[in-house]
Design a protein around this ligand. Structure first.
Ligand code: PLP
Length: 367
């Protein structure tokens, strides 16, 4: 098995530690840990290892599903990884008998790299690009790419890096396409909680829908490393058999924080985070107008912006910004879009304003 290095993680590894300001984070700022009870009483494994059954039942109800149709994982990253192992027909899950009927994934791009590179390493991935500058999803183009070898269609909605939130009609059309081909629609919904009016999750659409998500991006609880996948019992069962070989169980500590964040306090946390996202969105919109850049107005806290004039592509621009202004941005070439860069605006207001001022100076210095 061969897999590409994760371009964005490598870029962060090079610069994140030493730079003054991080404007490349894709999620909302972290909540203070002291807002939660941090004592789960003991620190053993979560038993059973796919998560506390009562808590699973509560989360499953969000999808109109039962507790055996949810597995708790270490973040969305693991949930996606296990979903690919479960749905692609080869290799078969431990013990044989998986739900997968094909070897291929059809992936809507640009997207978070793991959603393409992982299925491409396990089987074969095909990309169906969104059309700039509005990043509209063409169901027809996905339909042209899907055939009997397709095991899974992959969508990230709202999308990283573009911030495009594909509408319910298009998502349902992708679901129907997956169902017609006896395949699955996997939707990574990790940014969904930042939308003011979230669409129904894909796992609620029927047996061919799989949703993955976590506490990371919308709740500001990345360090809890707590996520899940929701889907039909066959998919979840195969994923759990693979999970025995990845992390065994999610962290008990993460599950303890999740029980609080997804309980009574959820409404407050999400409205607080959405308000911050709205406020910062307006700051970024003004800055974009001041510097003559273009974007598709995003849902979430990622702006995918055109590289300004005077720079030879996204990496040259981001390198100039980190070297001259000590601000980390995300180069679009990490998403296969060299004319764009991603700016995360979910973190502290002061950092955002200072970071934008510094990036603005670099842009204007070349004009
Ligand atoms: C679309 C998407 N999925 C998954 C992840 C990883 O999230 P988690 O912290 O839940 O593993 C990211 C992180 O940037 C992401 O953008």
């Amino acid at each position: 098995m061969e897999i590409e290095p994760f371009a964005l993680e490598r870029w962060f590894d090079e610069h994140e530690h030493d730079a003054d300001i991080m404007l490349a984070e894709s999620g909302i700022r972290s909540l203070p840990a002291d807002r939660f009870d941090l004592d789960p009483g003991k620190l053993g494994y979560v038993i059973p290892t796919d998560g506390d059954p009562e808590f699973r039942a509560e989360i499953a109800a969000r999808y109109g599903r039962g507790p055996d149709e949810i597995a708790f994982t270490v973040g969305t990253q693991e949930a996606n990884f296990l979903t690919f192992l479960a749905t692609l027909s080869s290799p078969a899950p431990p013990g044989g008998d998986g739900p997968g009927t094909g070897t291929d994934a059809v992936v809507v791009t640009p997207t978070y790299q793991a959603l393409y590179s992982v299925p491409d390493a396990i089987g074969d991935a095909m990309s169906v690009p969104l059309e700039p500058p509005t990043w509209e999803l063409s169901v027809d183009r996905v339909a042209e790419a899907v055939d009997d070898d397709t095991a899974v269609i992959v969508l990230n909605n709202p999308n990283n890096p573009t911030g495009r939130y594909h509408d319910e009609g298009r998502v349902r059309a992708l679901y129907d396409l997956a169902a017609e081909h006896d395949a699955y629609l996997l939707c990574d919904e990790v940014y969904r909680g930042l939308a003011d009016d979230p669409l129904p999750p894909v796992a609620s659409l029927g047996d061919h829908g799989i949703s993955t998500t976590s506490l990371t991006k919308a709740y500001g609880l990345a360090g809890a490393r707590f996520g899940w996948l929701a889907g039909s019992p066959g998919v979840v069962d195969a994923a759990v058999r693979w999970k025995d070989y990845t992390t065994i169980s999610p962290s008990l500590f993460g599950q303890h924080v999740a029980e609080q964040a997804l309980g009574d306090r959820e409404g407050d946390i999400l409205s607080e985070n959405r308000a911050l996202a709205r406020e910062h969105h307006d700051i970024v919109a003004d800055w974009i107008a001041d510097h003559d850049l273009d974007w598709h107005d995003p849902v979430g806290v990622n702006a995918f912006l055109t590289v300004p004039d005077g720079f030879d592509g996204s990496r040259a621009f981001c390198r100039a910004v980190v070297e001259e202004a000590s601000v980390v941005l995300a180069p679009g070439d990490a998403f296969g879009c060299d004319d764009y860069f991603r700016l995360g605006f979910g973190h502290e207001t002061e950092q955002l304003e200072e970071g934008l001022a510094r990036v603005g100076e670099v842009i204007e210095s070349r004009r």
